[in-house]
Design a protein around this ligand. Structure first.
Ligand SMILES: O=C(O)CCC(=O)C(=O)O
Length: 325
């Protein structure tokens, strides 16, 4: 109701006043969406209408940045792992029997070449048109297990201007991490597809016709240098690279003890060891623990089996989408 009242107020106003009112209403709708709850469908529709109205009032600032990986690779610090095998567009049966069932990581390439996101999301103006005025959660700080780390809600356009299109943010890294952006902005979901590999299930043989409703899709958008510290998740994951590259280090869950998970409940899926700067005096058991690694390029997906440890660093401005099931 409050959102509708705000729309009503926005009639008969100057352009600037209308922008302010529409922005306020959109912010209120987004806060409602981010909090979750029963009005999701209504708020999603309202936000869509408000975004359209705002795009008619706002004069557009055009950026000429095309988000391409840099032509070189940085020097990597710390441990080096064995390379994760790469398969070109395997059949569902091969993926199921050789990787999903035995819980083995694999890089899948040539599976998503048809996704519109691969070309569209390189253009920051496109992302700004779809999401520029939307409120999104941003992680601030170099990595989430640092004491200085925090989270903030901000406008997607501000996030892009302050954290993406700058050579180096003076104060801190900003990362739009693990956010259900495609529930918030369903229009962006039209640029991606749910990989058929997400139909694989531990309970039954694969069934192509069955829509898997339990896939959590998250967006990860940030500048070069974001780090997700070594941690594990309970679900199967296809981490899909759309823009830029990421370096990913993996450890088999059988080595969990050597990685020294934090003892607090909040961080007990996160390791104290840092593969990029290993402290062998403090964590002597960690030395020589076999690791796997890959550089994930745009258009590639990494299958991370449940409970496999992963450490992720972005090498360029990067946009990834994870599918957890
Ligand atoms: O891309 C990242 O920074 C982390 C991704 C991740 O941890 C995940 O998909 O589970």
């Amino acid at each position: 109701m409050m959102v509708l009242a705000k729309i009503k107020l926005s009639l008969e106003l100057t352009n600037q006043e209308r922008i302010c009112k529409l922005s306020e209403a959109l912010k209120a709708a987004d806060h409602g969406l981010l909090l979750g709850g029963e009005l999701r469908n209504e708020l999603t529709k309202t936000a869509e209408i408000l975004t359209l109205q705002l795009s008619k009032c706002n004069s557009k600032k055009i950026f000429d940045n095309i988000l391409e990986p840099s032509s070189s690779l940085p020097e990597f610090c710390g441990i080096r792992g064995d390379l994760i095998p790469v398969l070109s567009c395997p059949s569902l049966e091969t993926f199921y029997s050789d990787y999903f069932k035995p819980r083995k990581p694999v890089v899948l390439k040539d599976c998503i070449n048809h996704w519109p996101a691969l070309s569209k999301w390189k253009d920051i103006n496109y992302l700004l048109t779809k999401a520029g005025e939307r409120t999104v959660p941003v992680e601030l700080g170099s990595k989430y297990d640092d004491s200085e780390w925090s989270q903030k809600l901000m406008n997607f356009r501000q996030f892009v201007e302050q954290h993406i299109l700058v050579t180096k943010n003076k104060n801190e890294t900003g990362y739009l991490a693990q956010h259900q952006l495609f529930l918030q902005i369903p229009e962006l979901k039209e640029d991606i597809r749910e990989p058929e590999f997400c139909c694989c299930s531990d309970l039954k043989e694969t069934n192509l016709n069955e829509e898997n409703e339990d896939v959590d899709i998250n967006a990860w958008f940030g500048p070069a240098g974001t780090v997700s510290p070594l941690h594990f998740d309970p679900k199967h994951n296809l981490l899909t690279q759309i823009v830029g590259r990421k370096r990913i280090i993996l450890y088999d869950p059988k080595y969990s003890d050597r990685l020294r998970p934090y003892e607090t409940k909040l961080l007990n899926n996160t390791a104290q060891v840092d593969p990029e700067s290993p402290d062998y005096n403090k964590f002597s058991g960690y030395k020589d623990t076999p690791a796997l690694e890959t550089i994930l390029n745009p258009g590639e997906m990494l299958y991370i089996p449940p409970t496999w440890w992963h450490h992720v660093r972005s090498l360029d401005i990067s946009f990834s989408v994870s599918f957890w099931w």
